[in-house]
Design a protein around this ligand. Sequence first.
Ligand SMILES: Nc1ncnc2c1ncn2[C@@H]1O[C@H](COP(=O)(O)OP(=O)(O)OP(=O)(O)O)[C@@H](O)[C@H]1O
Ligand SMILES: [Mg+2]
Length: 230
Amino acid sequence: MPLLQIDALQYRWASGRAALDGCSLQIPRPGLWMLVGGNGSGKSTLLRLLAGLLTPSGGTVTATCPMALVFQNPDHQLLLPSCGSDLQLWLPPGLDATTSRARVAQALDQVGLAGLEDRPIHTLSGGQKQRLAIAGALASGSSLLLLDEPTALLDPTSQEDILGLLRHLTQRPQEPLAALWVTHRLEELDHCDGAAVMAAGRAGPWQPGPGLRRQLERSSGALPAGGPKR
Ligand SMILES: Nc1ncnc2c1ncn2[C@@H]1O[C@H](COP(=O)(O)OP(=O)(O)OP(=O)(O)O)[C@@H](O)[C@H]1O
Ligand SMILES: [Mg+2]
């Protein structure tokens, strides 16, 4: 069974314009899976449908593991003042205090922020905030992370840092995660387990990332833009 199976997914905005037009995609196993595509090709819409923020107008999504969305801008996701209190929000309901504390500590540890429970979020760097947002997804018990351009607002060092963290989480021998990572940075494709091109509301087949990067760079990075026709 794949972790995620998307078949013929359709989504139309109220205007009648289709953002997804028979999109099919599979996440076969844990790993770092990347989606590239021109502006308006439907990448963010796909992630928002998977996260349940939008309701598809057709097609099916079958997931065998819980999923969580990580926003491009962690400030849109982090709500409470301290790292620990924010992560508490993500925990499944009904945990006792000791278990909750342990889950929060474990989530912080997994993203390299061990011991920062009491740190005010506003004192974190952009890269640390993005790590904390990823810790939230882990605290919720999700094993498939949906990341919409998670490095777009970061400086080059933090970009590498977050990519390295996701590489680690998706390759670790114990409980490796799956991640669906949307990017416009072609160099990131070198580090994925498979890459697919999104165009006109549909996803293409998985391809080796480095080869797709070379192919797209030869065409000057030009990606097919735009959504599908009405
Ligand atoms: N809230 C909205 N209302 C109406 N149309 C929208 C809305 N959000 C996005 N769209 C349209 O849906 C289509 C797909 O947009 P989407 O944001 O999914 O593209 P994307 O691939 O994520 O693009 P980008 O690379 O620029 O982030 C586009 O035509 C876009 O204009
Ligand atoms: Mg987008």
